[in-house]
Write a protein that binds this ligand. Structure first.
Ligand SMILES: C[S@@+](CC[C@H](N)C(=O)[O-])C[C@H]1O[C@@H](n2cnc3c(N)ncnc32)[C@H](O)[C@@H]1O
Length: 319
């Protein structure tokens, strides 16, 4: 008999015997945590290992991704409503990584119900959300460095491609109220633009928001810094090169293009893909440098850096 909280029953029509066995042991572990109100920090490694084991089974072909997805969807709907995991699965705006969930990662949103809160703390402890929070600081440090190097009365011109919630921009102006910085923010989601405009309302004179698809349009002001995070890891190589070329073409000589991309070292990849249905194109340093070269950057113009977690790479191109 499966435990009373279990989703899987002996009559599960969609599972073959082998899948049923693999998922059932995961189901038992998960429901033990559900009964106890979620994993405590010392237990994270047990659950992380079990998720990686699921990932290995999918990669090895002994379990289908569809069955895992179906199972996770059912468990989440039944037991984890309102958690960050449920929010990731719901794709409220029609795609993974929308401005709202990204902002909930930045602000470490947790459920008010104590019996669900531990699940959100577990979500926020994963390497991927930590790396997302780190990239906010990375962008802010980059802005500060460029401001320090910038001379003359004209403002530093920055282009922010796929700007999402603009929490990073909001915090930067809050901490640098006098910053001589003008920024163009582009995003294709009208909800993201409206949200960011509200968040950044005190600094509208130094900000311009463009509701556009960057595959078709980038503003052409002539920028000292063009930045994008959370976009390139959703793009094929062809589109990566297309958008990178566009960013390079609107950056002034002596300026810098910096684009973020999740690295091929992401310990929470199985968690994202299997429990959050959140797929990214993970890229190695070599791949990023090769794509930069195909976009027209000379090798001595480019380098790859990363945030403290090592999960988010940043391709830097000196123009
Ligand atoms: C993961 S969020 C990243 C937001 C922000 N850069 C950050 O790091 O906080 C991705 C954003 O990219 C936007 N986006 C995706 N494809 C786009 C495109 N082709 N043109 C413009 N924006 C796009 C989405 O609407 C979303 O707001």
């Amino acid at each position: 008999m499966p435990p009373p909280y279990s989703i899987l029953t002996d009559e599960s029509p969609v599972l073959n015997r082998r899948e049923s066995h693999l998922l059932r042991s995961f189901d038992e572990l998960l429901h033990d945590f559900i009964i106890r109100g979620g994993p405590q920090p010392p237990e994270y490694s047990v659950l992380n290992r079990a998720i990686r084991h699921l990932g290995d089974s999918v990669r090895g072909g002994s379990l289908s991704q569809e069955e895992v997805s179906l199972y996770i969807q059912e468990v989440t709907e039944k037991h984890l409503q309102g958690t960050m995991q449920a929010e990731a699965l719901a794709q409220k705006y029609g795609y993974s990584g929308d401005f709202e969930i990204i902002d909930h990662i930045y602000t470490r949103k947790t459920h008010s119900d104590p019996s669900l809160r531990l699940w959100d703390l577990y979500f926020h402890s994963q390497a991927a959300p930590v790396a997302v929070r780190n990239r906010k600081g990375y962008f802010q440090d980059l802005l500060q460095k460029h401001l320090e190097q910038h001379s003359g009365p004209e403002p530093l011109q920055v282009l922010n491609v796929a700007s999402g919630p603009s929490r990073d921009v909001h915090e930067f102006y809050l901490n640098h109220p006098q910053a001589n910085l003008q920024m163009d923010c582009v995003d294709m989601d009208a909800h993201a633009i409206a949200y960011a405009q509200r968040l950044c309302a005190p600094w509208t004179e130094r900000l311009r928001f463009h509701h556009r698809n960057v595959l078709r349009f980038v503003p052409t002001r002539g920028y000292h810094l063009t930045w994008s995070a959370g976009l390139f890891d959703y793009l094929s190589d062809r589109l990566f090169i297309h958008v990178l070329k566009a960013m390079m073409s609107v950056t002034q000589p002596g300026g810098e293009v910096v684009v973020g991309n999740f690295s091929d070292f992401n310990p929470s990849r199985d968690y994202m893909e299997l429990l959050g249905r959140w797929q990214l194109v993970h890229r190695s340093q070599e791949t990023l440098l090769a794509l930069a070269e195909r976009a027209g950057a000379a090798p001595d113009q480019t380098e790859v850096q990363w945030e403290a977690e090592g999960v988010n790479y940043f391709l830097h191109i000196r123009c």
